[in-house]
Every structure is written in structure tokens, then in C-alpha cells.
Design a protein around this ligand. Structure first.
Ligand code: RTP
Ligand code: MG
Length: 149
């Protein structure tokens, strides 16, 4: 298993509903490590760059309006297979189809407000960590927690 970094963001609906702590707690208990995090109001240009792959889709305008509507909580998580582990914990894009036990399955009901974003591949993770955090992450001293993954 390879140690990976992934970009995860609690969307405006998740922040407004007070789910940031619950979501961070789930990832921490799973064993993923926070290596950067911030609460921010997303500028329109950042939202458009982040969702550039969807710019021709009919929901693109709504998506950018939603993501820029109120603060999001952005973070970088690190751990073994972090990208797929985080995606599995989030559940499917449509919360109606997400299994109970996943974040979207437990807390969401509509595709437009599905609480959380997570990088979908190694390429996306690299692009998004650069875009949101200029690649700045904490490198923990492994000697202090040698028994943790
Ligand atoms: P995300 O990028 O937010 O992590 O979500 P995802 O990979 O599971 O889904 P993706 O296909 O990348 O879609 C990005 C976001 O666009 C919204 N969406 N709306 N109205 C619609 O049919 C529709 N389809 C997608 C969702 O909020 C989705 O998370
Ligand atoms: Mg996506």
C-alpha cells in the first residue's frame, strides 16, 4: 500500500449544518492524518478552476454558485491509499444512492448539496492540493508516533 495525500472539502451545506467536526473525526478515527486544513470563503476563480472538468455540464453554474455561497472547510489528508479510502467513506455522488455508514449516505439527500468533495484520482489529488494549498503540508516527525500508520 502506498501512502497518498488527498484533498477533501466540506461543502457549504456541511459547514452550515455543523458537520465539520463529525467529518474530520471520521477520517481521524479511520487513521488518516490531517496535514493541512483551513476554513475559507471560496473565490469564484478558485471554484471555476477546481470544477474545470465540469465546465460544459448543465449544472456547472449552480455548482460554482453553491461552492462560493458560504465558507467551506478544506483539508489535506494523508495515509495508506488515502484517495480511495476517503472516496469510499464519502459514498456515491448522489446521496440517495450512498450506503448508510458513508458520509453522504448518513447525512445527505440531494446531489446538489452532497456535503463533501474528495479527489477522485492521484492526478486530481495532486492538482487540487496545489490549487488549494500551494502544495504546503505538514511532514510529521515519524519518530514521535512510530506505531501509527
Ligand atoms: P465532488 O467532485 O464534489 O467530490 O463529487 P463527485 O466526484 O462525487 O461528483 P462529480 O461527478 O465530480 O460532480 C461534482 C459535483 O457536481 C454536482 N453534481 N450535480 N445536478 C447534477 O446532476 C449533478 N451532478 C453532479 C455534485 O454536487 C457533485 O458532487
Ligand atoms: Mg468529482
Amino acid at each position: 500500500m502506498a501512502v497518498e495525500k488527498t484533498f477533501v472539502m466540506v461543502k457549504p451545506d456541511g459547514v452550515q449544518r455543523g458537520l465539520v467536526g463529525e467529518i474530520i473525526g471520521r477520517f481521524e478515527r479511520k487513521g488518516l492524518k490531517l496535514v493541512n486544513a483551513k476554513l475559507l470563503q471560496v473565490p469564484e476563480t478558485l471554484a471555476q478552476s477546481h470544477y474545470a472538468e465540469h465546465k460544459e455540464r448543465p449544472f456547472f453554474g449552480e455548482l460554482v454558485t453553491f461552492i462560493t455561497s458560504s465558507p467551506v472547510f478544506a483539508m489535506v489528508l494523508e495515509g495508506d491509499s488515502a484517495i480511495s479510502v476517503a472516496r469510499n467513506m464519502m459514498g456515491k455522488t448522489n446521496p440517495v444512492e450512498s450506503a448508510p455508514g458513508t458520509i453522504r449516505g448518513d447525512y445527505g439527500l440531494t446531489i446538489g448539496m452532497n456535503i463533501i468533495h474528495g479527489s477522485d484520482s492521484a492526478e486530481s489529488a495532486a492538482r487540487e492540493i496545489e490549487l488549494w494549498f500551494s502544495n504546503e503540508t505538514i511532514a510529521y516527525d515519524k519518530a514521535v508516533d512510530v506505531w501509527l500508520a
